[in-house]
Ligand binder design. Structure first.
Ligand SMILES: N[C@@H](CCC(=O)N[C@@H](CSS)C(=O)NCC(=O)O)C(=O)O
Length: 303
């Protein structure tokens, strides 16, 4: 049954060399995994549609005031079609939930890559409208949520999963969610980078514990170490781009292709005005939006 308040947590040994230093945990949704006799291996979409034979349904959704991307992912070969939203925005919750309903999906997670400064997350509103949905954010963000995730955690939705990679630097608690590495996971992999890595850019580093040195390290060690065909899906784009790849950003990103000192200099001289919503957005997002966290936050057990 989907939507129960119980979450099963298993401790496993990490198999990805990039994560060997991290404890690796599986955050399993309450959805029982039932393997169907799928004739093809899992395939993801490059655009906003589903591959006809794929397990993964994927949609890239846009909120134009803050130029934020929200991502909807679901395992559509699982009988209950468990789904999750990454970086939902309060203003577009109705649209996103209508789509979830129309597609017959069961929303189980509303996740954030970090504490956003430019808009209020939709997580709290979603929780109030869809009972059973669990909010997710990193433990390092020091925010409140139902699930506080850490490096190496695996977040399952049906038979698919996202792996958590810590990518601090834009904020202290930024993470990148990467689709699983395995035979039945989407290929190429997809990285939801939040504001750590933008297309031909990156998140600013001048508030919320930002650090250009940390960001440089994060992107190079946690994102540029992924296969070059990994698709990059950021939380924002201000120029109309929708997707990039690790290989493309390693070649053409005007900031992160530079050495670390040049990167620091670039970041210190962006001269960006503070986000207009910062004073409202940050406190709201520290509790994952305007939610009533009646249940005690659950920290996934570590080994
Ligand atoms: N003008 C917008 C905020 C624009 C901005 O600062 N974007 C952030 C991500 S949201 S905190 C950023 O890191 N930008 C990097 C860049 O190079 O543009 C507003 O007022 O909300």
């Amino acid at each position: 049954m989907v939507g129960m308040n119980v979450m099963r947590v298993f401790t496993i040994t990490g198999s990805n060399p990039a994560l060997l230093n991290c404890s690796s945990r599986i955050l399993s949704s309450p959805v029982k995994s039932i393997k169907l006799g799928c004739l093809k291996t899992a395939t993801c979409s490059y655009t906003t549609s589903s591959h006809p034979f794929g397990k993964l349904l994927f949609r890239q959704l846009f909120e134009k005031e803050s130029s934020t991307y929200t991502y909807l992912l679901a395992d559509v070969t699982h009988p209950q079609k468990p789904a999750l939203l990454i970086d939902p925005v309060d203003k577009t919750v109705e649209r996103d939930l209508s789509l979830v309903k129309e597609l017959g999906l069961k929303l189980i997670y509303a996740m954030n890559t970090h504490v956003h400064a430019d808009h209020v997350t939709g997580t709290g509103t979603i929780k109030s409208k869809v009972p059973g949905v669990q909010s997710v954010i990193s433990k390092a963000s020091k925010s409140k949520a139902d699930l506080l995730i850490e490096a190496g955690d695996k977040i399952y939705f049906g038979d698919l999963f996202l792996e958590v990679r810590p990518t601090p630097g834009h904020t202290l608690g930024c993470v990148t969610y990467v689709t699983g590495d395995g035979p039945n996971q989407p290929q190429p992999r997809m990285a939801f980078t939040g504001d750590a890595l933008l297309i031909r850019g990156c998140g600013r580093t001048d508030f919320q514990g930002g650090s250009s040195q940390e960001l440089y390290k994060s992107v190079h060690s946690q994102i540029f170490s992924l296969p070059k065909d990994t698709l990059i899906y950021p939380a924002h784009d201000y120029k109309g781009f929708t997707v990039s790849t690790v290989g493309e950003e390693m070649l053409y990103n005007p900031r992160l292709t530079k050495d670390q000192d040049t990167f620091k200099h670039i970041m210190e001289n962006l001269n960006l005005p503070y986000p207009k919503m910062i004073d409202v957005a940050v406190p709201a997002n520290m509790v994952c939006g305007l939610q009533d966290l009646s249940s005690k936050p659950v920290e996934a057990a570590s080994n």
